[in-house]
Each structure stands twice: as C-alpha cells, then as structure tokens.
Design a protein around this ligand. Structure first.
Ligand SMILES: [Zn+2]
Length: 413
C-alpha cells in the first residue's frame, strides 16, 4: 500500500491481516466504508493512476491520501462499489451514479463513477456523518451568531435563510436548528422537511425527499405541504425561482421556514433572490434573517501548544502558505494540526431600516454591504480575524477557505 496520512489507523482496522491479499474485495469495501464513517470522512475518492489505485479521504473539507492499492485489486474495489450501489458493472465507459443499498450502510451513501485515462474513478459521498455537530451548541458558532439564530427559532413565520458556498455546512446548520426547535417545543410544533436529498434522519420531523421524475419537486411539494398543517418547514435547497417563490409564500402564511441557499455572503443572497425574480417587497416582508457561513478547520491542541494562542502571523497573498504542514507528531489529528471544524456565520437582519430601504430600492451590493455594516452585522472577515486571534484556526486555513477574496490588514494592536 502507498503511505498516506491515514495509513496507520486504516492498517490497524485491518487487524492481523497485514496484507491486502488476505482480505476479500467485499470485506475491504465494508472496511473502507466503516472506517470512513468513523474517521468523519465526507467523501472517498478511488482514483486509478498508472500503477496504483489511490484512495483519498476528505476530512474536515480537505483531501488526504488514505491508502493505495494495486491496480487490479483497486478496479475490483470499484466494481464492488458499483454492485452495492446498483450500477451496471459491465459499463465502464460512461459516468454512472447510484445509492448504496440500505443493507450495506445505515446512512445515505452515494457512489458516482467516471471513466478516466487509467480506468473508472469512483467518488463516494457519505451523508449524515456530522454526528458531533448535531445541536446548535455543537456547531461551534461564535456566541453572537448562535444567539442571533436561537432568537429566530421562536418565530412563527418568516424565512430563515442559511447560505454559503458548497460544503460550507449549510445542511448541518439547518438540521441543528430543526433539532433545537423540536427539543424546545417538545412535540408542540409540527415540523416537516422537503429535501433533495434527505441527508440524515431527524427524530420527530416528517422528512420527504423529492422525486422529480414523478412530478414531485420542491416547488409543487411545498404547495401540497401547506395542506399538511405544518408549523415549521425545512427546504433543502432553493435552486430555482419556483422554489424560491413557494418558500417565501409559505413564510407569509404563518409558517417558520428554514431554507438553505447557495450564496457567497448574506448580501449576495439578497441580490441573488432578486435576480431570481422575487419582488423586493416579498423578500422584505417574508425574510427574517440571512445567515452566511463558512467552515474552517479547528487547530488541534498540538498546534495550539506549539504555536501558542494568538499567532502574530498574518495572512499573506502567498499561495505557498497553504502547503500542508504535517510535522505535528500527534495521533489525534493525524499530524495535520487540525481536528474538527469551527463555523463562522454572519447574520444579516433584513428588517434593519437601512438594509430594508436598500433592498426595496434594489440597490447594488455595495450599498447593501454598507447598510449591513450600519446594522452592526459582524461580517465573516471580522469573525475570521477573531477566530485567528483566539488561536481557534490559522491564517493558512483562512486563505484556503476564502482564497484571496478577503484581504487582511494588520489590524492587531
Ligand atoms: Zn494534533
């Protein structure tokens, strides 16, 4: 096997059978899925190269090599994944996607294959792996963001929009909010979800997954759901104007709607809603809060004790700062210096007078941003600076997540 960051834990799981040859293909696939779930892996990449099949795991948003298999064994692993996901094993020349059957995995696992130069590449996505981030407190949000969100949960109408780019933890946050509502209301509020797909089960909520081929999509599903007498609705996620319209209409008729939405910032979410054709007055009257979030890897204790709290190093535009430093001799974080993630979330109140005025007059994003600042919103940049100064994450991690889009001045005094 090819050495990788996770080789040790993976080898340990293989037990006494030190060579891959002693493990059957189905056993190895089972072992990989089980180990991946335990290691908080969100995606597994099985990539055929010239001489090996490289297995990489995405943990806390970052890909790490877990192991390498010889090509023949590797292609049989991919074939086995196709079997349990109900894909056509004899077709290796076209992309395919499917869902791992329930008998092979308790949570939702999706397999996608893609033909490449050296054979089929398989990508496995494991949903519902955020077991450590189930509740509002466990999200690791800054205190004021958590307070902002918690206040919204008592509302009986309005849209609470959870935004961010892909893999920014939108669904995890939305699920945690739903769980908090269920916990507080102790069954007194009817909670329904409409999702594409359901990422994990929430005890106490009625969850539905759309089936577009049957004409059951987010927009039509939402309209039918109104007749089910729900109090709280989760929409995952708004991708088209019809769903956006149905979501905002539902919020106007006495439902608290929590919806996820792809946008780079809270202000961008507002402008995108208008671009989708929603009328400013509809957004203004139905939207109660926009949250925009990012996930950054949390510094492991080993890094904190090496670097100390409040590192003085500031972000430079130098990409080489992103190079992974694996010099930490720590078994908990696999030598990466990171363990778990923290969430940053800016909360924009669209009801604040300047923001509302800018929204109703379809102002540009610059004017909206200025209004958001006037409302006292602690933006992502400010929150990120605080997290670095508290030693919770690193300037390198900030650069990885935000790219060069946030330029930091030397604001430390
Ligand atoms: Zn560590």
């Amino acid at each position: 096997m090819v050495p990788g960051v996770l080789q040790k834990s993976f080898a340990a799981a293989m037990g006494a059978r030190s060579s891959v040859g002693e493990v059957s293909v189905p056993e190895m696939v089972e072992l990989i899925l089980r180990q991946a779930a335990q290691q908080r892996v969100s995606d597994i990449h099985m990539t055929p190269e010239e001489t090996i099949l490289r297995m990489q795991w995405r943990i806390d948003g970052v890909l790490q090599t877990a192991a390498g298999f010889d090509r023949d064994f590797g292609s049989r692993l991919v074939a086995r994944l196709k079997v349990i996901a109900g894909l056509l094993t004899y077709r290796t020349d076209v992309p395919q996607e499917g869902r791992v059957a329930a008998e092979f995995s308790e949570s939702e696992v999706r397999v996608s294959t893609f033909p490449t130069l050296y054979g089929e590449k398989a990508a496995v996505r494991l949903f519902g792996g955020n077991f450590e981030r189930q509740t509002l407190e466990q999200l690791g949000l800054p205190a004021e963001s958590e307070r902002c969100l918690a206040e919204q949960l008592e509302a009986t109408s309005g849209v609470l929009l959870v935004t961010g780019p892909s893999s920014s933890g939108k669904t995890t946050t939305a699920y945690a909010l739903i769980r908090e509502i269920l916990r507080r209301s102790a069954g007194a509020r009817c909670v329904m979800t409409i999702e594409d797909p359901i990422e994990s089960a929430i005890a106490g909520a009625s969850q539905s997954q759309v089936r577009p081929v049957a004409g059951f999509d987010l927009a039509t599903g939402l309209k039918s759901m109104m007749r089910q007498d729900p109090d709280v609705i989760l929409v995952g996620e708004i991708r088209d104007p019809a769903t956006a319209e149905a979501t905002f209409q539902a919020a106007l008729t006495g439902h608290l709607v929590i919806a996820t939405f792809h946008a780079g910032s809270a202000v961008e979410a507002l402008t995108r809603l208008l671009e989708m054709g929603l009328e400013p007055y509809l957004v203004r009257s139905a939207l109660s809060m926009v949250v925009s979030q990012r996930l950054l890897r949390r510094s492991c204790e080993c890094r904190q004790s090496r670097d100390g709290i409040s590192p003085t190093k500031l972000v430079s535009a130098d990409k080489s700062a992103c190079a992974e430093d694996l010099s930490f001799g720590c078994s908990r974080c696999g030598g990466t210096g990171y363990l778990g993630r923290i969430a940053l979330a800016e909360c924009l109140d669209p009801g604040f007078p300047q923001v509302a005025r800018a929204l109703l007059s379809r102002s540009d994003s610059q004017t909206l941003s200025a209004a958001a600042a006037q409302s006292g919103m602690a933006g992502l940049k400010v929150l990120a600076e605080r997290a670095i100064q508290a030693g919770e994450t690193t300037p390198e991690e900030l650069l990885r997540v935000f790219g060069g889009r946030l330029s930091f001045s030397n604001s430390r005094t």
